[in-house]
Ligand binder design. Structure first.
Ligand SMILES: Nc1ncnc2c1ncn2[C@@H]1O[C@H](COP(=O)(O)OP(=O)(O)OP(=O)(O)O)[C@@H](O)[C@H]1O
Length: 261
């Protein structure tokens, strides 16, 4: 027999088939200043979507709106099937988020961090224990379970933070410059984890200033002064601008920017 669910339970079920992120003419004004100017795009399940732009282009503001952290001024957007205007709390429950600034507690051990975030995401103790073992095995960090996160190399902290942000199996993970300060080899290892998550169906939304990372994305959008000026696969963008590298694509577009900081 079909049981009726109260609206909140029904609304919090898994995302429907179709795009995991939709965004239509999404806009954010701060007074007279338009930080995000009518951006529109869709991101599919399991897609790796690169969100590029010079400093001050509006990436963080757009990402904060999509994460349910900042109310938009105009337009429409859904994330994991939830509306950014009406259901920001449900969005927060169904996404993962990782940035350089918001990450793990340095003065807690690896195991304590996993337990803490598992609790924040509402997972039960037994599930957290199971996931902790699997996560440490996957990262080759079993011996570091009782090590303070502060004493791990930066590349390990980033991989751990990424894995922790996926503990509750969100439909989409937002990564805000997740690999700052590490070398290309370590970045490449981090990307192995990204590919693994995407292959399992997680949608990846990532901002980066590294053009090697832009090359790894399925599609890349480039923001200039609050607008999306280009959006295509890395190969498509290079073709469109008649250049050989993403660096040149980026320079070509960012050169005309007014709002760069
Ligand atoms: N709360 C705010 N009030 C006023 N202006 C803001 C506010 N937040 C951001 N801005 C402005 O909006 C513009 C876009 O900022 P945003 O942080 O989104 O850019 P960004 O592309 O993420 O840059 P970065 O790469 O440096 O993080 C900037 O000019 C910034 O000064």
């Amino acid at each position: 027999m079909n049981k009726l669910h109260p609206p909140d339970v029904a609304a919090s079920r898994a995302a429907p088939a179709g795009p995991v992120i939709t965004c239509e003419l999404l806009t954010k004004r701060f007074g007279d200043f338009v930080a995000v100017n009518a951006i529109s795009f869709e991101v599919a399940a399991g897609e790796i979507f690169g969100f590029l732009g010079a400093n001050g282009a509006g990436k963080t503001t757009a990402m904060r709106m999509l994460c349910g952290l900042l109310g938009p001024t105009e337009g429409a957007a859904t994330v994991a099937g939830f509306d950014v205007f009406r259901q920001p709390e449900l969005i927060k429950q169904h996404i993962g988020y990782m940035s350089q600034k918001f990450s793990l507690y340095e003065d807690l051990t690896v195991g304590e961090n996993i337990r803490f975030y598992g609790g924040v995401y509402g997972l039960k103790g037994a599930v957290i224990r199971e996931k902790t073992t699997a996560l440490l095995q996957r990262l080759g960090l079993e011996a570091e379970r009782n090590t303070l996160v502060g004493s791990l190399p930066l590349g390990w902290k980033q991989k751990l933070a990424f894995s922790v942000a996926l503990l509750h199996e969100p439909a989409v993970i937002f990564l805000d410059e997740p690999t700052g300060g590490v070398d290309p080899i370590t970045r490449r290892q981090f990307w192995d984890l990204i590919y693994e998550a995407a292959a399992a169906g997680t949608t990846i939304f990532i901002t980066t200033h590294y053009m090697d990372e832009a090359e790894y994305c399925d599609r890349v959008s480039i923001m200039v002064d609050g607008k999306i000026e280009a959006l295509a696969s890395p190969a498509g963008l290079k073709r469109q601008f008649g250049v050989a590298t993403m660096d040149e694509v980026f320079l070509h577009l960012a050169r005309g920017a007014k709002n760069t900081e």
